[in-house]
Write a protein that binds this ligand. Structure first.
Ligand code: SF4
Length: 698
């Protein structure tokens, strides 16, 4: 406990995008206790992951030495493989041998087959500096733009819509602003589970009188605090938002002055939504017309209102359209750019905002600057002193297709686990097995690392210095609290060693050197220095001056678009890619549990968290389970067109009939064996929130 600690180190939680500040209590170079700190997004609070999920770096399966695959051992998941005893499949190597082999394989493929033969996945769990270095390595060392990360599975569609409509992919206001709002819409998100400390601020806002409107196909516990909890038919988001816009137009609830001063395209939107009355959309949404009218009026008539959304919005083949609809609601009512107003996609990983800002995206350089723009490209060519590719690269799922097509032959994967996180895992794992050369850099022999030729032992968050950017645009300082175990190394150092072996002349000595370079390519970091972050712990971007706080609310006067105006983008309701039918009658959705993080590589190795949720479960409505003749706790089989899994059934009265929820962290019942890889055409995000399945007792 804290009383026995011999020192304390201030840092940031490594899990979700809320970005809670915390203090590690360390005894004999081991973290023994974690305490919340008074950060701008948590005010001393932590959830169960931040408080108890600190011991995974000490797990017996932690990698402490570079590994090279033994000759003749096939690539892939071997049920008999024990990550704590990797030497059955891999042999230990020196850093020089492992790095030489890793880089030689990448170089050979690049030089033989051209830059398009290589791709890289960086990580939203790494620091801003590591994200910057990784995308720079792919762009200047691999010489392509085939670099992506888990934003593609998370909020890529939200970002696509935000950039298109308001010129910026980040939130317009922090979640603290909810406390100043009269009305808050929470849609397609489950904050008590996925953003638990942010949820406490929503609850407090409700206690003080803010009217929460929860819009979700699934009941969520936040509904208990809501003024209205509206459950709609899965996949009908666009119909619902268009019907709300129809009410706002028909009843002239829009803000004429705001629209005239700050937007373009409203007349087209008006005409577009004219036929989409609540009565016309009600059957598709499964919501009564009067209910749609009520929530549209509540939102539009509020003096200050905000919209928060999560992956229930973004993870659809119409995810970009969903976000466009929410943006139109805010623009039509002028609920943006003032305190207590705004648009906020709740970001998932602790640094998915920062990793995206730093350029781990195939179509844009850092700060979302298009790779196809000659002027921007020339600026980065000058900064990095090397020619750059002018074509956008491939995205996460597209890269898996390109491997199957024989185009991409080698990959470098840092801290991501596509053998668990990608949709249609049989396809994704098949792709990983086909790679001629795979380098994986991680803390453990993850499911993905089991396909690797070379595994490089990397650094856990509490073992390194670096900055991270949370969902509120707050750039925060993380600090090394404990030493690296064995021969593990900081990620920035490993990336640099690979870069040098690919012929790049890199000489960074500390992450602060990287941050200094980032500031030369990213105006979003203006007036934010490493020294300032070290002193102040957190600075919000954009920041107007060296001694001024950053802006919590943005776009009060103009938007960062060419015209300075925001754009309405009308949307057409489309069915899910794989609608339910008689043969596949149940909707499968996937997501996270409170206790576990994403593919489970960290939290399933954290003793308290693993004890709280030790086994794979599927959650469904009590009536649904009864129809199958099952009791809670009995095994349930779930099958889709792509595969089947068996796991334990659990009931939740908040689940609607006809739906099953499966967390994606359990390798023994991997949810993504089932999911549909169909992509949103704009954000290229898969439809994790709707696959047709069937359930059976087993
Ligand atoms: Fe960590 Fe998120 Fe929990 Fe805060 S809310 S302690 S950032 S997981």
């Amino acid at each position: 406990d804290s009383a026995c600690a011999d020192r304390k180190v201030d840092s940031v939680c490594p899990y979700c995008g809320v970005g809670c500040q915390l203090t590690y209590h360390v005894k004999q170079d081991r973290i023994v206790f974690v305490e919340g700190r008074n950060g701008p997004s948590n005010e001393n609070r932590l959830c169960v992951k931040g408080r108890f999920g600190f011991d995974y770096p000490n797990h017996p399966s932690r990698l402490t030495v570079p590994l090279i695959r033994r000759e003749g051992v096939p690539k892939g998941l071997d049920p008999d493989f024990d990550p704590a005893k990797p030497f059955s499949h891999f042999r230990a190597a020196s850093w020089d041998e492992a790095l030489d082999l890793a880089a030689a394989g990448l170089r050979r493929l690049r030089d033989t087959h051209g830059p398009d033969a290589l791709a890289g996945f960086g990580s939203a769990k790494c620091s801003n500096e590591e994200a910057w270095l990784f995308q720079k390595l792919v762009r200047t060392g691999f010489r392509s733009n085939h670099v992506d990360h888990c934003t593609r599975l998370c909020h890529a569609s939200s970002v696509a819509a935000l950039i298109e409509c308001i010129g910026s992919g980040a939130v317009t206001a922090s979640f603290m602003q909810a406390q100043q709002a009269d009305v808050v819409i929470l849609t397609g998100c489950n904050p008590t589970v996925n953003h638990p400390v942010a949820a406490t601020y929503f609850k407090q806002a409700a206690k003080r009188g803010t009217k929460l409107i929860v819009l979700d196909p699934r009941g969520i516990t936040m509904g208990a605090y809501a003024h209205r909890m509206v459950r709609f038919t899965p996949g009908s988001d666009v119909s619902l938002f268009n019907a709300m816009l129809n009410v706002i137009v028909t009843e002239q609830l829009y803000d004429e002055d705001y629209i005239a001063a700050h937007t373009e395209g409203f007349e087209a939107l008006k005409a577009h939504v004219a036929p989409m009355t609540p009565e016309a959309m009600s059957p598709a949404c499964g919501v009564a017309a009067e209910e749609i009218r009520d929530i549209a009026r509540l939102y539009a008539k509020a003096e200050r209102a905000m919209i928060f959304w999560g992956m229930g919005i973004s993870q659809h083949t119409h995810g970009t359209d969903n976000a466009r609809g929410l943006i139109s609601l805010a623009l039509a009512t002028g609920h943006i750019g003032r305190p207590g107003t705004g648009l906020h996609p709740l970001r998932g990983q602790n640094n998915v905002q920062g990793a995206s800002d730093a350029g781990l995206i195939p179509m844009v350089f850092p700060d979302y600057q298009p790779v196809g723009n000659a002027q921007i490209r020339a600026a980065f060519e000058e900064l990095w002193n090397t020619p750059l590719h002018d074509k956008p690269g491939l995205t996460v799922v597209e890269i898996m297709h390109a491997i199957h097509a024989g185009t991409i032959r080698g990959m470098y994967i840092q801290g991501e686990n596509p053998a668990m996180s990608d949709p249609d895992l049989a396809h994704a794992r098949g792709a990983l097995a086909m790679l001629e050369h795979l380098v994986v850099q991680d803390l453990f022999v993850t499911e993905t690392a089991q396909f690797a030729d070379v595994i490089l032992p990397a650094s856990a968050w509490a073992e390194k210095d670096g900055t991270v950017t949370n969902t509120n645009r707050q750039v925060q300082m993380g600090r090394a609290a404990v030493p690296l175990p064995g021969d593990a190394r900081p990620d920035w150092w490993i990336i640099q060693e690979i870069a040098r072996r690919l012929g790049l002349d890199w000489h960074y000595t500390h992450p602060r050197d990287v941050f200094a370079e980032m500031k030369r390519g990213m105006h979003s970091l203006d007036h934010i220095s490493w020294e300032r972050l070290d002193a102040e712990q957190s600075v919000t971007y954009p920041c107007p001056a060296d001694d001024a706080p950053g802006l919590d609310v943005v776009f009060g006067d103009r938007f960062p678009t060419a015209s300075g105006r925001a754009r309405f983008r009308p949307t057409v309701p489309l069915p899910p890619d794989e609608p339910i039918d008689d043969a596949w009658p149940t909707v499968l959705i996937t997501g996270r549990q409170l206790e576990h993080w994403h593919t489970g590589s960290m939290t399933r190795r954290a003793a308290v968290l693993d004890a709280l949720e030790p086994a794979a479960v599927a959650t469904l409505a009590p009536g649904e389970l009864a129809r199958l003749g099952l009791e809670p706790g009995e095994p349930l089989a779930i099958e889709t067109r792509r595969g089947s899994i068996t796991l334990t059934a659990r009931t939740d009265p908040l689940m609607p009939e006809g739906m099953v929820f499966v967390p994606f962290c359990y390798v023994e019942a991997a949810a993504n064996m089932l999911t549909n890889p169909a992509l949103d055409p704009y954000g290229k995000i898969p439809e994790f929130k709707y696959a047709a399945c069937r359930l059976s007792a087993c």
